[in-house]
Unconditional design. Sequence first.
Length: 375
Amino acid sequence: MLRALCCAMVLALPGYAGAADCTWPAWDAFRTELISADGRVIDRSSPRALTTSEGQAYGLFFALLANDRESFAGLLAWTQNNLAGGDLTRRLPAWQWGADSAGDWTVLDANNASDADLWLAYSLLEAGRLWQRPDYLALGERVLARSAKQTLRRLPGLGWMLLPADHGFESEQGWRLNPSYLAPQLLTRFAASDARWAEVARNARRLLREGAPLGLAPDWLLWRRERGWAADPEHGSAGDYDAIRVYLWLGMLDAAAPGRDELQRHFAPMVELTAQLGAPPENIDAASGKASGTGPLGFSAALLPLLAAREQSQPALQQQRERLRRQPPAVEAYYDRVLALFGQGWDERRYRFDAEGRLRPAWEDVCATRTKKGS
């Protein structure tokens, strides 16, 4: 009876377009098909079945959205034991894990990836708050503090900014930055722990505006001492598989979030291109505006929140929903499925972020009586 009432309340939420009960079929399928029994997220699109710290962090976030405490614990344990030398309080997760040339399963690249670190810290902090787990809260604070120590830099003429990793992104040319690593919701949430993150959040909004003058996000940017922004020396002004997340994060901003309206207007050209072409383009030159190719299904999912934010984009929103309905992402398409869990999950009103960056999963209000998975 309680479960039936819970599900009826979820379905009554305005705009809800999701499952027939309080479960999340897309998460259940992702967990079954891409996560090992011991908690490893496997990129089956890679011939080597690699695992990345990004995949582990996203998996933790989705488990929290699904109120799946058992999977959350398994993902966390695998991450700590295999990517952090057994202790996340002392080491940020290694970026890549898989089989080496001798066939041994091990860390392949020990450098951290700061976007994964932030999503890991955020998922721990919010799991601690929502599930009332002081141990998760404490670990989240430790991961966040270590991320700040290792990957925040005070850049001349800009201020505090997040580097993509501890090593390899500083040179005489300047500092290479990845706009998609700077999810505004997370930075706002972290400001409650350390004022430096509030400055990073402000600088990230500046990066998004000034680094994408045509309203089209590049994958990478270079910040130069006394000369400001420039195209990345390795990737130029291309915007595709990293940049698609910029539109996703901005589309999910709360109406009262700092800079939300300005940023969504600034990046409206991507919305307009999607409406014009019938699907998001796969590749964009952020400097010239030239677009080519048809983006994969995950791109359509990532654009759903930003399309929903603009009244004039409702036909394009319905078009992308229909594209995803007709052809869901393939089982092995790790990245498409990640973007689909983010974008379609938001579109189905399974979660929101508030103005302070806190997570508001649907189960918090309407399914609070749900027990952990399997009980």
